[in-house]
Design a protein around this ligand. Structure first.
Ligand code: ATP
Ligand code: MN
Length: 462
């Protein structure tokens, strides 16, 4: 008999029809007259309740039904006698695929800490919490594609292995097939990458933006959505060494258009979660963060503040707040500053723009003041920076000057510079950190808990 998911069964109207459910047992309880088995198959946060008459089954079989074991159960779908679920299954046949020894199964008991669950990343998807987080993660990935597709953006696949070392967004991981213990050397003693797989030095990408721009300057509206890698040794609750990024790039967009798009997109995604992930969000709201739903709704309801960096510095300096890092015009804002602006001062998301040029990347469009560039960061409550973007410098000479000023090897960027020689246009784009988005949507506190297999310094086992 073909089985149905728990999610399907829970929304089926019960009329004693025969059904089959397959999944993992969450709990078994009962007495000598009746046994209740809660089965979950990951399709939803909710379990389906199976009711069995212990006298109709082998005693030993009932005993083997323990938390974590996998089962296939056939029976009748009936209206539930108890409250808490609409339907239940009256079991006729129970088959155990695999047992889970209660003595050694790590998830036998509820209420493990998130830290402990990180050490069993191979099993933690079976908990309610990680089931909810990963279902939401899926829904957000789907909604992102939906959002862009509906608006005429093309999904462009930018390379993961890159020959450019000037992406400028952080330390890179080297990709090589050379023998690490005895690499070929040139006469001057340096490693001879001519003999490497690609005949040059290559790294894992830190951002698809530069290649994304090439796409936008041909297809108009594009976005990338792929993994990026940064070898920063920053052991924080908001940084991963491998994370996913969404990077739209738009020809003929200026900074204000970029801000309109990012605000509309973020609101769309939050609304999508509220509309489509209700059960999982309610669970997380109840278990971890009682203000989650309210915070999500407030992002949808309020206009984001748009604030020039220079004004932000003034607000911070006159705030009377004690910060660990001092703020002066020209310093990069720390997450404590970003969160003060968002959580205390404005109490809504903030888009900061027009940053000092020396703290931002070479490709950002220079303002006429000679001091600032058309950068924008979106700051979110509880997160700090969730998006970084800018209008790009489209003027060949200005871009080249900036490359030289910053000591970037211009030869390695010849292809990027050429786009400003042939048919250059104003354009803009941004990068949304996917895991930072999921942190915000789920209310989880640590980025290691919103990606199935987190990559952080000294951690790549699973
Ligand atoms: P931060 O200042 O928070 O380290 P950044 O300015 O280095 O971030 P960008 O280069 O602007 O980041 O990248 C765009 C977006 O990618 C960020 O706004 C953030 O959402 C996300 N992001 C950046 N670095 C990481 C990381 N190590 N782990 C997870 N997400 C990241
Ligand atoms: Mn940034």
């Amino acid at each position: 008999m073909k089985h149905q998911s728990v999610k399907q069964l829970l929304s089926t109207s019960p009329s004693n029809q025969n059904v089959c459910v397959k999944g993992w047992v969450r709990t078994r309880r009962g007495n000598k007259n009746v046994v209740f088995i809660a089965v979950n198959d990951g399709s939803t946060i909710h379990n389906i309740q199976v009711v069995a008459d212990p006298n109709a089954f082998d005693e030993n079989l009932i005993k083997r039904i323990q938390t974590g074991c996998s089962v296939s159960i056939q029976g009748k779908l009936v209206p539930s006698q108890g409250s808490g679920q609409p339907v239940e299954v009256q079991a006729n046949e129970i088959h155990i695929y695999g047992e889970a020894d209660p003595e050694t199964y790590p998830l036998q008991k509820k209420g493990h800490s998130l830290e402990f669950l990180r050490e069993i990343a191979h099993l933690r998807p079976r908990t309610n919490t990680f089931g909810a987080v990963f279902r939401i993660r899926h829904a957000m990935a789907f909604a992102i594609h939906q959002y862009f597709n509906d608006r005429g953006f093309y999904y462009l696949h930018t390379p993961i292995i890159t020959g450019s070392d000037a992406e400028g967004a952080g330390a890179m991981f080297r990709v090589t097939t050379l023998d690490a213990s005895a690499p070929p050397k040139k006469e001057d003693g340096t490693i001879d990458y001519d003999q490497d797989f690609f005949g040059r030095e290559t790294n894992l990408t830190v951002s698809g933006q530069l290649e994304g721009e090439l796409g936008a300057l041909a297809l108009g509206l594009i976005y990338t959505f792929g993994p990026t890698f940064r070898a920063e040794n920053s052991n924080t609750a908001r940084h991963l060494a491998e994370f996913w990024m969404i990077e739209p790039e738009m020809a003929f967009y200026e900074l204000a258009d970029n801000m309109d798009l990012v605000e509309d997109m973020l609101k769309y995604l939050v609304r999508y979660a509220l509309d489509n992930c209700k059960d999982d969000l309610e669970f997380l709201n109840k278990m971890y963060d009682n203000e989650l739903l309210q915070r999500l709704q407030s992002v949808v309801d309020h206009q984001f503040v748009r604030l020039p960096y220079t004004e932000a510095v003034e607000i911070l300096k006159s705030s009377g707040q004690k910060f660990e890092y001092k703020v002066e015009w020209g310093t990069d804002l720390q997450s404590e500053h970003e969160r003060y602006l968002v959580e205390k001062h404005f109490q809504k998301p903030v888009i900061l723009f027009d940053y000092p040029k020396h703290i931002k990347a070479f490709y950002m469009k220079q303002n006429d003041d000679g001091k600032t560039v058309r950068a924008m960061d979106v700051l979110f409550p509880g997160i700090g920076e969730i998006v970084g973007g800018s209008q790009r410098e489209e003027d060949y000479e200005k871009l080249l000057n900036r490359v030289k000023e910053m000591g970037i090897h211009e030869q390695s960027l010849w292809w990027y510079l050429e786009t400003r020689k042939f048919g250059t246009v104003p354009h803009a784009g941004f990068g949304l950190g996917f895991e930072r988005l999921i942190l915000f949507i789920t209310g989880m506190a640590n980025i290691r808990d919103v990606i199935p297999f987190p990559r952080t310094p000294l951690n790549a086992e699973f």
